[in-house]
Each structure stands twice: as C-alpha cells, then as structure tokens.
Write a protein that binds this ligand. Structure first.
Ligand code: GDP
Ligand code: GDP
Length: 437
C-alpha cells in the first residue's frame, strides 16, 4: 500500500504550492477531456521508485467551531488520522504564530510522525530566523522553499524513510498470479452488495483478517479456475458469513486500493446518474493508469426513460474513460454478473498484452504510410521504430526525429491503430515519443 502524507498548516504558508511540487500533476495531459473534474486535494507523488499519496488539507484552525472553518478542521482531522506521516508547514516570513502553536499542540496528541517544515526559506538555510521554530518542540525544522523547489527532496526522503522501496511490480504479468480487483464508487452504489454476491457464488478461499487497520482487506476468491483478489474499498469487515461496510467512505482508502489493483470496477448507481463524486473517482482511476470496467448497478430499478437519461450522462461525464467497457448489472438480483467477469478478464488481458517490437514497428510504419504526420514549420517528424515500454498500463515508445512536433490528433490516430490490432479494451494505452535529435 502506498504511504499517505498529509500536509497540515495554517492558510497561506504554502501548502498547495508544496502539494503541486510533490505531485506529478498530469493535468496538462488530461485537461482537454470533457467531464473530468478533479479534487485537487489528493495526488500521487513519486520519489525515485517510491510512490506515495499526498493529501492537502486546506487551512487548519483546530479550535474553530463554526461554519466552513469547522468543516475544514473536521476534514483535516480525518486526513491526519488516515496519514502515515504529517508534514506540518510553517512560514519563515511571517514567523512563528499562535496558530502554529495550536496546530502543534493538536498534532502532538494525534500521535503521528510529524515533520516540521519552515517554508519560504529560499536562501535561508542557516538563517537565525529558523531558530524560533524549535520552540514548537517538534524536532529539527526542515527549511524548504516550495516555490523554488529547495529542500523538497531531503524532506521527502525523511518522510518516506520508514517505508520500504516498492518491490519491482510488473502489474500481475505472471499468468498464475491472482487478478487484483478493486471495486470503487461512492457510498451506497452497491459495492458491499456486489462483493457479498460474488462471495456467495464463487469459491471463497480461506484468509485471515488483517491485524492492523493499515493493511487493507484482500479477499481471495476463485471463479472458473481463475484466481482473484478483492481489495477492499468500502471499509469492509466480516460479520459472520457476510461482509459489511463499517467505516465511512474514505478517498485515501479508495486511492490506495486503485493503486494496488490490476483492474478497477468503477461502480455507478443507475438510479442516481453520474454525480460529481463519481466523476472525481473516475478521474483518479484515469490518473492511475489502471484497467477499468464501468459497472452500472441497480439496472433493475430504473425504467427505459431513465436508462436513456443515464446513457447520456455517462457519455457526457465519463467521456475520458471511453476505453472502458460498460456493463449493466444488478448486484442485488444477480443480473449481468457473467458479462462483468468477462469484461474484467478481458481488461486484465489487454492491460498485460505483450506487443513484440517487430509487430509494433510494422504497425507504425503501415500507419505512417497510410497517413503521414504533418510537418510543423521547418520540422518534419520522422518515425523509425516502436517498442513496448511497459505493461499495466501498456506503453508504446516510438523512436524517431522531431517527434515533439507530432500533433495530439496524430497521436490519437496511432493509438487507435494499435488498439485495433491488439484488441485492447478496458485499459488506457500510453504512447511516448523519443527523439534522437
Ligand atoms: P496555502 O494556503 O498554505 O495552500 O498556501 P499557497 O500554496 O496558496 O501559498 C500562499 C502564498 O505563498 C502564495 O502567494 C505562494 O506563491 C507563496 N509561496 C508558497 N511557497 C513559497 C516559497 O517557497 N517562497 C515564497 N517566497 N513564497 C511562497
Ligand atoms: P456500498 O455503500 O457501495 O457498499 O453500497 P451497499 O452495497 O451497502 O448498497 C446500498 C444500497 O443499495 C442497499 O440498500 C442495497 O440493498 C441497494 N442495492 C445494492 N445493489 C442493488 C441493485 O442491484 N439493485 C437495487 N435495486 N438496489 C441495490
């Protein structure tokens, strides 16, 4: 499971600047997808091989008892509770404030590992101004400049020191490994109902409940000889023979489960249509690069007019997941479950498809012959060969010259040709260009 780092501090100390530094925001790539809304408070980060999740908590005033400030304090508490490490951000330009003292007091009793950082300290590594922050009693302050990118690396190394490097994970390419499956969706879409239906119908393999809350529940099961591992997103605990959700919906748990899965079943409630929250979760799934199947649940409960409305809202709001197959199900009435399993297996096979270099190169050259990339000013992009750069999601690396001038529409054209040939469904496909000059 990816470690979770929460950023806490009063307003204006530079938390969102630091958040942007820590997350490799792919907004630039996905911004033109209609319907993609994103909650900017959660992001994925990476330090070398190590991946982590960052939560920005907004401005924290621990003792506020009213209105929006109170709501923010509540959210901050939840983020701190779910975090493995807290980065407490202060501001050297304004100096230590009473509010910082309040936050420090709160964090001490929260019993988490806290790294004290003093932001806006560009060019001030040895400044006496840093000394007063020792008063907080939270150890040696880390001077950083979020805006200028100074001190961030050593801060992250300290934050992640207790977490092992991820073992090289090839995304379940081993054909005997179970397919890791996460069912993601907002509360009440029917996640626990689906999981219990599955467990009632398929063979449940004995397993131990995890000892700590940090370990997610992973339920092993087998269907037609194929092994799966269900990663909990609903805060499930076992009660007798069935599972029930005992914790409330947690974005962090959902993000961790998505990151850990091979295939994500994104569940939408047919009776509610596609909400903002659904679109948020869908945005995370897109960012994760995981294979995805959209399951429209409670199909039993709507009439044909509602079905039409629903199709339209999916088209509009989930356009950026166009590659994902849509399956209509009723977890309650056990309808559509066969096609759902098939879609999951197909998506997994697509995500781990092997694409040999000679085949990729032949497809590339045929595609170029059919339609050449446009010249851009003085540059004429020239494509030479292609190889597979990864799986889960599949990545195709195209080598040549002046490839930075290839238009996005042309990239999509190539993507379409590759998808068609390799019959890729339910997985994103990434195309990267490498120019030799
Ligand atoms: P937040 O409210 O804690 O999320 O703070 P923001 O990230 O919005 O930053 C507040 C202000 O501080 C903005 O004007 C930033 O440009 C500025 N700021 C953030 N980081 C730095 C820094 O490292 N150095 C300086 N000089 N300014 C910074
Ligand atoms: P979760 O919060 O996503 O785990 O959702 P639950 O599994 O607890 O389901 C929420 C509610 O939706 C419960 O009352 C279920 O009985 C109901 N529900 C779940 N699946 C279906 C379905 O396929 N059809 C109908 N009509 N109701 C369903």
């Amino acid at each position: 499971m990816k470690p979770v780092i929460a950023l806490v501090g009063r307003p204006n100390v530079g938390k969102s600047t630091l958040f942007n530094r820590m997350t490799k925001s792919r907004d630039a790539i996905v911004a033109d997808y209609a319907g993609l809304t994103r909650d900017r408070h959660y992001g994925d980060g990476r330090l070398g091989q190590r991946e982590f999740i960052v939560v920005d908590t907004g401005g924290f005033e621990p003792d506020s008892t009213t209105g929006i400030v109170k709501e923010m304090a509540k959210q901050t508490r939840q983020a701190v509770a779910e975090a493995d490490v807290v980065i407490f951000v202060t501001d050297v330009r304004t100096g230590l404030s009473g509010q910082d003292q309040d936050i420090a007091r709160y964090l001490r009793q929260a019993n988490k590992r806290v790294l004290l950082t003093v932001n806006k300290a560009e060019g001030m590594v040895d400044s006496p101004l840093l000394a007063e922050f020792h008063e907080l009693g939270m150890g040696e302050p880390h001077p950083i400049s979020a805006a200028h990118g100074q001190g961030i690396r050593s801060l992250l190394e300290a934050a992640l020191a207790d977490f092992p490097e991820d073992d090289e994970d090839d995304g379940g390419v081993d054909p005997d490994a179970p397919i890791r499956l996460a069912v993601a969706g907002r509360p009440n879409v029917g996640k626990s109902t689906l999981i219990n239906t599955w467990l009632g119908e398929e063979r449940l393999i004995a397993f131990d409940m995890p000892g700590t809350t940090r370990d997610a529940i992973k339920v092993p099961l087998e269907r037609n000889g194929q092994r799966f591992e269900l990663i909990d997103t609903a805060g499930l605990r076992r009660k007798g023979k069935v599972f029930e959700a005992i914790e409330k919906f947690s974005v962090v748990k959902t993000l961790q489960a998505i990151a850990d899965a091979n295939v994500v079943v994104l569940m939408v409630d047919a009776t509610q249509g596609v909400s903002d929250q659904d679109a948020h979760i869908a945005g995370y799934v897109l960012d994760s690069g995981r294979a995805v199947v959209i399951a429209i649940n409670k199909w039993d409960a709507i009439d044909s007019y509602q079905r039409q409305m629903l199709e339209r809202s999916i088209e509009q709001r989930l356009a950026f997941l166009k590659f994902a197959p849509i399956v209509h199900i009723s977890a309650l009435k056990r309808q559509g479950l066969g096609p759902l399993w098939q879609a999951i297996i197909d998506a997994h096979a697509s995500a781990s498809r092997k694409m040999p270099t000679p085949v990729l190169t032949r497809l590339l050259l045929e595609a170029v012959q059919h339609l050449a990339p446009k010249r851009s000013g003085a540059f004429r992009p020239k494509m030479r060969y292609a190889h597979q750069g990864g799986m889960n999601p599949p990545i195709i690396v195209i080598h040549g010259n002046s490839l930075e001038h290839v238009a996005d529409t042309y990239k999509r054209y190539l993507e379409g040709r590759f998808r068609e040939h390799f019959k890729l469904v339910g997985t994103p496909l990434r195309i990267e260009f490498k120019s030799s000059h």
